[in-house]
Design a binder for this molecule. Structure first.
Ligand code: HEC
Length: 164
């Protein structure tokens, strides 16, 4: 085996064992690091498009949720929403479980930095390929518009789920 073959094999191995970082969203926001390990704030289920959602938060968000500091949420909070298509559990027909991954989306609270989008940096990545969503850097206006009915709740729909 010559050196080139060794290098080729090594780079193939490297490529197969590391996940490529997702491209940043078109408004410059990067996919929040470590979001897959965040804790849960609530869950939701949409019957109009048959999807289930986990609403997660970074440490700051969990702390704020536990203290009831959710209107407004403090700067530094990141809320994440992971969405899956509904699937019927293969072993229990009455159970609906997460199927195909649809998207991951985030709201990053920084009242000053994101003043033009209601104090939140909005971004979404599509599918398992985590392709940044949107046509151009203005895509977040669509997010803000749909979240505006929740203006009185800091533009957030989710209320932390009750815990014992
Ligand atoms: C068509 C309306 C609509 C649009 C457009 C929309 N959202 Fe939402 N969003 C909702 C609703 C309704 C909820 C709460 C219910 C749920 O979990 O789906 C929500 C919840 C969220 C949450 C969890 C926190 C919360 O407010 O409850 C995040 C994060 C989020 N959206 C991000 C985004 C981002 C990023 C965009 C734009 C790329 C976006 N949303 C666009 C309707 C919308």
């Amino acid at each position: 085996m010559n050196l080139n073959t060794v290098l080729l094999l090594a780079s193939a191995l490297f490529a197969s064992t590391t996940t490529m970082a997702a491209e940043p969203a078109l408004n410059g926001i990067s996919l929040p690091e470590g979001y897959k390990d965040w804790r849960i704030i609530a869950v939701s289920h949409r019957t109009d498009n048959n999807t289930m959602r986990a609403i997660l938060g970074n440490d700051k968000a969990i702390e704020a949720a536990r203290k009831g500091q959710t209107n407004p949420w403090p700067d530094g909070v990141i809320l994440g929403k992971l969405v899956w298509k509904d699937e019927t559990d293969a072993n229990w027909a009455a159970a609906t479980v997460p199927g195909k991954f649809v998207h991951a989306e985030f709201m990053i609270k920084d009242a000053r930095k994101f003043e033009s989008t209601a104090g939140w940096g909005f971004a979404r990545w599509l599918g398992e390929a985590q392709k940044p969503y949107g046509k151009d850097s203005n895509f977040a206006q669509e997010c803000v518009t749909c979240h505006t009915p929740m203006k009185g709740n800091d533009f957030v729909f989710t209320h932390p789920a009750k815990l014992p």
